[in-house]
Design a protein around this ligand. Structure first.
Ligand SMILES: NC(=O)c1ccc[n+]([C@@H]2O[C@H](COP(=O)([O-])OP(=O)(O)OC[C@H]3O[C@@H](n4cnc5c(N)ncnc54)[C@H](O)[C@@H]3O)[C@@H](O)[C@H]2O)c1
Ligand SMILES: O=C(O)C(=O)C[C@@H](O)[C@H](O)[C@H](O)COP(=O)(O)O
Ligand SMILES: [Zn+2]
Length: 357
């Protein structure tokens, strides 16, 4: 079992390894036993697969469970209100502790609920996806608005992240692909040797459980170092948004949940590499093609349909397009790009993709 400390304004520990969930009753007994109620907000698909393990770990605290729709449908205003209605109907109070059980979607929702219920109650992240090595750490919480991804949310750190690698064994192939996209994002913005290692995967099924845990730890370390430096995203935290300006536009344009977040981020990173005129683009596209990321989707999406979303991106000011670009691996920077250049780079990338698929 490994532990990583995240030194934010309210510090906490990420526990990662097989059987980590059993730590809840040992390491967080004080917090959980002092709560008047412990409420698990669980992704319904994850609950069907793994809820008994979590309930066993929490049995001393008699948790109540609210299941929310699986995946991105959890991040709606309706689902947010359903969580508050449940907490109120169960007579929860400021002494209640929330446990988020699922991937990034439920983690973002439950964190937002925890930060707003009676102006804030403690919450613990129990993530179940590869992607959640990113989403469970750093305290960004959110639901979506039809006009933009994660537009309604807070910065609110969990009390702990308990990341049990056993849960990852049931992930379907597209969710492994999605999670590995954020892993490679962390490599792009930090470490060329690690990027080389990741780009060598021709198929994620080659990756052993031990290798995967190593990548997740490295990703968490990169993320937490940035978050520690800039918790509320005044500066360097924006680098964690590499690939996200286009990714979020695609997700909103297609309808949330049509494409996984990580798959959208791969398209967005390809675009950011094109804008950066990076020599990394060809090998990244080869990697994306061989690992079956849906590059061809870009061919069906005209720039004009994505532009309005990109102008509303949280990194934008006065509707200017601000992108995270890459000087070299490990050297991200922010640049404002004029619309004409953004369009030309988009068309160039689409031409390259058309020729290679
Ligand atoms: N807060 C942040 O810093 C941050 C960072 C990255 C991404 N995100 C957000 O996270 C979300 C994506 O998270 P995600 O990729 O974990 O997706 P997700 O939470 O939508 O889960 C994806 C699918 O996998 C299923 N699933 C989850 N765990 C499973 C398991 N162990 N076995 C089988 N199926 C399982 C879910 O039911 C769902 O259908 C997006 O909304 C994204 O915006 C947030
Ligand atoms: O933690 C961050 O900061 C990130 O940007 C991580 C991203 O992977 C994540 O998708 C995040 O939710 C995007 O944040 P947003 O502020 O652009 O909604
Ligand atoms: Zn992301």
């Amino acid at each position: 079992m490994r532990e990583l400390r995240v030194e934010t304004e309210h510090p906490y520990t990420v526990h990662i390894g097989q059987g980590a969930v059993k730590l809840l009753a040992k390491r967080y007994r004080d917090l959980l036993a002092a709560a008047d109620q412990v409420v698990v907000i669980a992704d319904s698909q994850v609950a069907a697969l793994h809820l008994p393990q979590l309930l066993e770990a929490l049995e001393d605290f008699q948790p109540k469970v609210l299941q929310v729709p699986a995946g991105e449908r959890a991040k709606s205003a309706e689902s947010f209100m359903d969580c508050h209605s449940f907490l109120l109907s169960e007579n929860c109070s400021r002494n209640t502790v929330i446990v988020a059980f699922g991937g990034g979607a439920v983690g973002d929702l439950a964190g937002f609920v925890a930060s707003t219920f009676m102006r804030g109650v403690p919450f613990i992240q129990v993530p179940t996806t590869i992607l959640a090595h990113d989403s469970a750490v750093g305290g960004k919480t959110a639901i979506n608005h039809p006009l933009g991804k994660n537009m309604i949310g807070t910065f609110y750190q969990p009390r702990a992240v308990v990341y049990d690698a056993d849960f990852l064994q049931t992930l379907p192939e597209n969710e492994i692909r999605s999670g590995m996209a954020e892993v490679i994002k962390h490599a792009f913005i930090s470490n060329e040797g690690w990027l080389d290692e990741l780009l060598a995967y021709q198929n994620f099924s080659e990756m052993s459980g031990r290798e995967l845990e190593g990548h997740l730890e490295k990703g968490i370390a990169v993320k937490s170092a940035i978050v520690e430096e800039d918790e509320f995203e005044g500066g360097v935290r924006k680098f964690l948004n590499f690939g996200h300006t286009l990714a979020h536009a695609i997700e909103a344009h297609l309808g949330y949940g049509k494409l996984t977040h990580g798959e959208a981020v791969v398209l967005g990173m390809a675009y950011a590499l094109e804008l950066s005129e990076s020599p990394q683009l060809p090998r990244f596209l080869d990697w994306a093609k061989v690992n079956r990321y849906p590059l061809a989707l870009l061919l069906d999406m005209p720039f004009s349909e994505l532009l309005p979303y990109m102008k509303k991106d949280k990194k934008s000011t006065a509707a200017a397009l601000n992108f995270v670009l890459l000087g070299a691996v490990g050297r991200p920077y922010i640049e404002t790009i004029l619309e004409q250049r953004a369009q030309a780079a988009y068309d160039k990338l689409r031409k390259t993709i058309k020729e290679m698929i």
